[in-house]
Design a protein around this ligand. Structure first.
Ligand SMILES: Cc1cc2nc3c(=O)[nH]c(=O)nc-3n(C[C@H](O)[C@H](O)[C@H](O)COP(=O)(O)OP(=O)(O)OC[C@H]3O[C@@H](n4cnc5c(N)ncnc54)[C@H](O)[C@@H]3O)c2cc1C
Length: 803
């Protein structure tokens, strides 16, 4: 084994092999893969090899498309067959909701360039004669589905990588990793050591163990997974290969395997494997079968596909593979570690392995993944993902793999875990809670405890009238909102202002003022949006998205000078409350000594005040677009502040409002938010944030690219629409049509209760953004006329929030 390498990839499963190949393709030849046993010795060897393009996150779906298209390439480079069978696939619906869901998937597929088709049960039965029609209501057909040979794929990647210059060492286990002060790593193995500039953890079933070598606990857990292969079936003799099918009601997938059928299930009573540590002596082993556990799924499967039962079970495979809490991969660099990368938690290696390898290799070589990989970024998790939390969420995710998640559905596992001091107070107001980064927050408030439950639906739900009342209270009186679930950072030091000016695109506010600022990457794309509040010359309070805290910190860390600035995440040290609405000033004025009139404390002011007896930072700003104030207090004061505001609010008609009402109100104002309107595939001018990019100040990251975007206008434009919707509003990811063609996609949608209209925000090409008419938005399979709004639907001049 060589003693030095630019990169050591740990793990020779399908993911490690793909990373290795993509690194060589990107031009890094001095790369070494170290494998404990033979290639494929983790989950990979016994996988069913199924692949598909559909994924809940359109950006992940694109990488899945890429993976499937890649097989031809690696076969050609390596001469190794991947055993690709493109059979086409059916997703079978047994309920109206599932058919609605499929229509939404098909609609999303339109702007991803996928050729999906909704078909009747009769048509489905022609394509897949094994199904019993009476159990189904319709289906979706995807021509690009099929299966591959896991061994062949892994070896095709590995051989292609070797042809590109990579080395592969087998039967060598990495037993420890030691960082050096120069940022390189000593990779310690049972057959000698290697010094590497970069290390990639692609250790699959052992990713947690490799993570622990560098002091991190990765949120991954393996689950046992079973599939069975039937005896040979006369129904298949002389026929073309059967399609892949997913039967959501049975929670099973099914495909042909030689003369029989393969049927696997994501059963509800899923069982984790090796909950704390994965044994190093586990090799190409299988786990004991437990058909009883999957009996309920088998029963449905046999009823839905009776020929399978007649054929009998020839073989059962039970093997473990890993999941992150949300079922998407974990990729990227790790905050706090230099040149340490992960590519693990990949539960669908044969759909996702290529995309993971591509994105990670670009990230390593170019400093940027080259695609929007937020949905797979390891930084979407923070320190709340304890071993037991991950265990609960992974089990939940596994058991729900084939179940619908409705847009208003909150999942129950691992809750409540994190709560703020006013949690019980909000519960007493009949709050319906959601969890965000494992933190409970109020979504909406019901009139009684019995009504405090979301009836899940793709259409307007039982919460609709209650959210309406919250919004109109804010519009006409004053509302109280908990805002503790925002991300917060304190930035301090003599060089703080200079550093922020470099990292943020907008000008840095003067003391006592607030500025909104996008944060751009080197390519001028949006990687954050912040509220910058200046407490003192050398002291700032930043508010951003909590879910992106680790993502932001990783970026800050990369750009922090050695001295002069400190950045401290403080999301959980500061709890927040906000009052918004025309009476918010009168309410707050009675509680503070400062003059709150616009003359003395105008829009975008920020000051430390005593609210009653409570020390608070008060900002004159509100995401509702109303006159409003945000108050930040250290958590021990939050309950007292809440009680004080509620008492003082009595005479002003104050009511609590929740996150759903806030979402509706920010959309009425065209205020975008991270992961929806703002993502690393959009530039600030495309996103309508151009006025927050200050070219007059000195240099800042992304400046040149932003200037270019300003000149060219960018390719896309964020546009607001009023939609002639019936009983369902857009929620995100719906296609936007113009003159009969799909031209863009929705990023957020809602019913705007203050304006009494269904609204949507979305991106379309700049060339059609100014069109006066001809737009439609497809909601649950139906196209609805959409009118482009030239200005925000609510308070278009901004007079209310400034007043
Ligand atoms: C029963 C079953 C059915 C499945 N069906 C499908 C399917 O139909 N479609 C699909 O896409 N996916 C399927 N999967 C999932 C698929 O197997 C995984 O997505 C994929 O194998 C993950 O690959 P990996 O490279 O991340 O991990 P692994 O395959 O676990 O590879 C990790 C490798 O790292 C090596 N390693 C670990 N630690 C070290 C160390 N310290 N030093 C050196 N080497 C080390 C291991 O020996 C192993 O070879 C299935 C899985 C199972 C179990």
């Amino acid at each position: 084994m060589k003693s030095h390498a630019k990169v050591v990839v740990i793990g020779g499963g399908v993911v490690g092999a793909s990373v290795l190949y993509h690194l060589t393709k990107a031009g890094w030849k001095d790369v070494l893969l170290i494998e404990r046993a033979e290639l494929t010795s983790g989950s990979t060897w016994h996988a069913a090899g199924g692949m598909h393009t559909v994924n809940g996150d359109p950006n992940v779906a694109k990488l899945q498309q890429y993976t499937i298209e890649l097989y031809k390439e690696i076969e050609a480079v390596s001469g190794q067959s991947c055993g690709v069978h493109i059979t086409g696939g059916l997703m079978l619906a047994g309920t109206r909701e599932r058919l609605d869901w499929l229509k939404m998937v098909k609609a999303r597929g339109r702007y991803l360039g996928m050729d999906l088709e909704i078909i009747s049960v009769d048509e489905a039965a022609k394509l897949f004669p094994l199904l019993e029609k009476k159990h189904f209501t319709g289906a979706m057909y995807d021509p690009i589905e099929g299966h591959v040979d896991p061994y062949g794929v892994t070896h095709a990647y590995a051989k292609s990588a070797q042809i590109g210059g990579a080395d592969i060492v087998r039967h060598t286990r990495v037993i420890d990793l030691k960082p050096r002060t120069d940022g390189t790593w000593d990779v310690i193995t049972d057959h000698g050591n290697v010094r590497a500039e970069h290390v990639v953890n692609a250790a699959g079933l052992w990713a947690r163990e490799v993570g622990r070598m560098v002091g991190i606990e990765l949120p991954v857990l393996a689950m046992e997974h079973q599939y069975l292969i039937t005896g040979d079936m006369p129904e298949l003799v002389g026929k073309p290969e059967q399609l892949h099918a997913i039967d959501f009601e049975g929670e099973i997938y099914i495909r042909q395997e030689r003369g029989g059928m393969l049927m696997g299930t994501y059963e509800r009573a899923g069982v984790p494997w090796s909950e704390v540590t994965t044994p190093w002596d586990f090799g190409q082993d299988l786990l004991p079968n437990d058909l009883e556990r999957i009996a309920p799924s088998l029963e449905v499967g046999f009823a839905h596909f009776p020929a399978l039962e007649r054929a009998g079970i020839r073989k059962v495979v039970n093997g473990p593979f890993t999941f992150a809490p949300d079922g998407n991969p974990l990729i990227g660099p790790i905050k706090g570690l230099r040149n340490f990368w992960v590519a693990c938690g990949v539960m669908a290696g044969f759909s996702q392995g290529g995309g993971v390898g591509l994105a990670l290799s670009r990230w390593m070589v170019d400093g940027d993944p080259g695609a929007d990989v937020w949905g797979m970024d390891v930084a979407r998790y923070g320190d709340w993902t304890t071993l037991a939390y991950t265990n609960a969420k992974v089990r939940e995710n596994y058991s729900r793999r084939f179940r619908i998640r409705f847009p208003n559905e909150e999942l129950p596992a691992a809750r409540p875990l994190r709560t703020t001091p006013i949690y019980e107070r909000l519960a007493a107001e009949h709050a319906v809670f959601g969890d965000y980064c494992a933190l409970e927050h109020a979504l909406w408030f019901a009139p009684t405890e019995a009504e405090a439950v979301d009836q899940v639906s793709f259409r307007r739900s039982n919460a609709h009238p209650h959210i309406a009342r919250e919004c109109t209270t804010v519009r006409d009186h004053v509302g109280l909102l908990e805002i503790s679930n925002y991300g917060k950072f304190e930035v301090q030091g003599p060089a703080a202002a200079e550093w922020l000016s470099k990292i943020m695109a907008n000008r840095i506010p003067s003391v006592g003022r607030i500025a909104l600022s996008p944060m751009l990457n080197d390519g001028g794309k949006l990687i954050g949006d912040f509220t910058l509040c200046r407490i003192a010359a050398d002291h700032f309070f930043l508010v951003g998205t909590y879910a992106a805290e680790t993502y932001y910190l990783r970026w800050f860390e990369r750009h922090l000078p050695l001295t002069g600035v400190t950045v401290r995440p403080c999301a959980m040290q500061y709890a927040g409350l906000s009052v918004a609405g025309p009476k918010s000033r009168a309410l707050l004025q009675r509680l503070v000594r400062e003059d709150l009139s616009t003359g003395s404390f105008p829009f975008m002011s920020f000051k430390r005040m005593e609210v009653g007896m409570i020390p608070a930072y008060v900002g004159r700003v509100s995401f509702t677009g109303e006159l409003g104030y945000e108050m930040w207090v250290t958590t021990e004061y939050q309950r007292a502040l809440y009680d004080l505001l509620r008492r003082a609010g009595l005479e002003h008609g104050l009511r609590s409002f929740g996150g759903r009402a806030l979402n509706a109100m920010r959309i009425e104002k065209n205020f975008g938010t991270w992961a929806q309107e703002y993502r690393p595939i959009y530039g600030p001018f495309e996103a309508g944030l151009g006025r927050f990019v200050d070219f007059k100040k000195g240099d800042f990251i992304g400046r040149a690219a932003a200037a270019e975007e300003k000149d060219s206008g960018g390719a896309l434009r964020l546009v607001a629409f009023k939609v002639d919707a019936a009983d369902a509003d857009a929620i995100g990811d719906e296609p936007i049509w113009h003159e009969g063609k799909v031209v863009g996609w929705v990023t957020s949608g809602t019913f705007g209760h203050r304006v009494g209209a269904s609204l949507a925000l979305g991106y379309v090409p700049g060339s059609v953004a100014a069109a006066e008419s001809g737009f439609e938005i497809e909601i649950i399979g139906e196209r609805h006329r959409a009118t482009r709004l030239a200005a925000p639907a609510y308070d278009s001049s901004g007079a209310l929030m400034r007043g």
